[in-house]
Design a protein around this ligand. Structure first.
Ligand SMILES: [Zn+2]
Length: 235
């Protein structure tokens, strides 16, 4: 979900690793200001659909990987159909509302998900096994009440996106192969100190999604209306 600065390197790593099929979802076009971090695109792609530019780049590098395109964003109306057939979803989207929507939809559908974000010099990646705990809501609970740092205010460093994408691909392979050694773990990367840390996240018994008495049992549209810009790279 999202083939921007984080999603593109993740897709490339998975295709090069021999993954048989990738389904890419995005509805954006390539912009010149994105090129420093969106490594599959060149200046001649500016103005093209990110999906088509990504598909062409992957075909050239990994022709045996089948690539399907879904020219849409995840919304409460579309998300169930987007995630239900996936072995693993990678959340490389650009806003908290979509991140929570994907977390909830994957949990309810029993699909593994990797949440990957990069802001400024810092990348954060979380792997969640199918209906697993801890989940994204164990860590972040709900949409931020106020403005959150985003790419526009905090900036975004291209190589940090690359690390986030590479780690997300590793975690997706870990989940897809059933190894699940990284499930329930958060990887954080700080580009200023070049420090990559992997820590076990803690499940919250009171979590509304994966806790002992879950209250979130459907995708109520109102829950995802907040439009705070994000903890992640532009899709
Ligand atoms: Zn949870």
């Amino acid at each position: 979900m999202g083939v921007g600065g984080v999603g593109a390197p993740a897709a490339l790593a998975l295709a090069e690793a021999g993954v048989g099929a990738l389904v890419l979802a995005d509805d954006d076009v390539v912009e010149a200001s994105n090129l420093h971090r969106q490594i599959l695109f060149s200046p001649s792609d500016v103005g093209r659909s990110k999906l088509e530019a990504t598909r062409d780049a992957l075909r050239a590098r990994a022709p045996r990987t089948a690539v399907e395109l879904r020219a849409t964003r995840a919304t409460p109306a579309t998300v169930a159909a987007l995630v239900r057939d996936a072995h693993v979803v990678i959340d490389a989207t650009d806003n908290f509302a979509t991140r929570f929507l994907l977390a909830d939809a994957c949990h309810l559908a029993g699909v593994a998900i990797v949440h990957a974000a990069a802001v400024a010099w810092r990348a954060t990646v979380l792997a969640v096994r199918p209906r697993g705990a801890p989940c994204y809501r164990c860590l972040f609970e709900d949409l931020p009440a106020g403005p959150a740092p985003d790419c526009a205010s905090a900036g975004i460093v291209g190589p940090v996106c690359g690390v986030a994408g590479a780690v997300a691909a590793e975690m997706a392979l870990d989940l897809a192969t059933g190894a699940e050694r990284l499930a329930g773990h958060v990887a954080t990367y700080d580009g200023r100190s070049d420090a990559l840390r992997l820590v076990a996240a803690h499940a919250r018994a009171a979590c509304c999604l994966c806790g002992t008495n879950p209250t979130l049992v459907g995708l109520d549209e109102q829950r995802y209306l907040a439009t705070h810009a994000c903890g992640g790279d532009a899709a």
